[in-house]
Design a protein around this ligand. Sequence first.
Ligand SMILES: NC(=O)c1ccc[n+]([C@@H]2O[C@H](COP(=O)([O-])OP(=O)(O)OC[C@H]3O[C@@H](n4cnc5c(N)ncnc54)[C@H](O)[C@@H]3O)[C@@H](O)[C@H]2O)c1
Length: 261
Amino acid sequence: MSALDLFNLTDQVAIVTGGARGLGRQMALALAEAGAAVAICDLLEEDGQRVAAELAALGRRSFFGRVDVTRVDEIETFIGQVVERLGKIDILVNNAGISSDGLALDEESDEAWRRMIDTNLSSMFYFGKRVAHHMIDRNEGGVIINIASINSLVISNIAPRHNVSYCVAKAGVAQLTRGMAADWAPYGIRANAIAPGTMLTAQTAASRKFPEIMERIIANTPMKRYGEEEEIKGLVMYLASPASSFMTGSLVVMDGGTTIW
Ligand SMILES: NC(=O)c1ccc[n+]([C@@H]2O[C@H](COP(=O)([O-])OP(=O)(O)OC[C@H]3O[C@@H](n4cnc5c(N)ncnc54)[C@H](O)[C@@H]3O)[C@@H](O)[C@H]2O)c1
């Protein structure tokens, strides 16, 4: 197979959670541009329908489902719809997530902590396990990509916003990914995680309102800029395709160099 053919996803079916905007939208577009049918889910219905139309305009089968990724009943209904409408699931991108409220740990409410862990970590288990059941039953393998963060590795040093609950959830995503890789390798399922640095999306819009925080992030980043949303496209295509056929359990950092020092 030629090198470029390794990235071809024709006849593959993918799910991208949190696909209505930001990194999720870019990854859905990348997978569709590489040939896959893509189902996206999100809480944001209008944005989600718009992205589904963008995917369809690429000539791919696609649809949007309104799903709260913390609700297992909604996840199960959506997975059933994907299999019914698109035939199967080959690729799952667990991307949906929320940002931290930025409070110090001693001020964090128990409720906010639970919401963070449930949305940014447990949802990837809820979704991943159910998609893995489908992949195991089909016996054709599959790919899971979990969106982690550089905060899987380091605590955010954007004082006073250390974002500890977010960092703990994302550290869990890295370890969950290794666990999925270990348990599901016998079924031909590969699981890898992407750890982005600070990207220009709605999620980081709050921090961009504070010039001192922006300056701090840029000073911490050797490339002296935020990442652009579409810079995630190449990596998700690589991890979703046979180009990465011997990779599983990896946490791949793309952060303009932030974590080198
Ligand atoms: N932007 C960054 O700098 C950055 C850096 C590292 C990691 N990440 C991670 O990348 C992923 C995407 O982030 P983004 O920057 O594109 O943010 P975003 O806020 O633009 O997109 C996140 C999407 O997830 C959806 N979502 C949130 N909670 C949900 C729920 N309970 N059920 C269903 N959908 C839900 C949102 O509606 C939104 O469309 C997140 O997991 C985030 O933590 C982002």
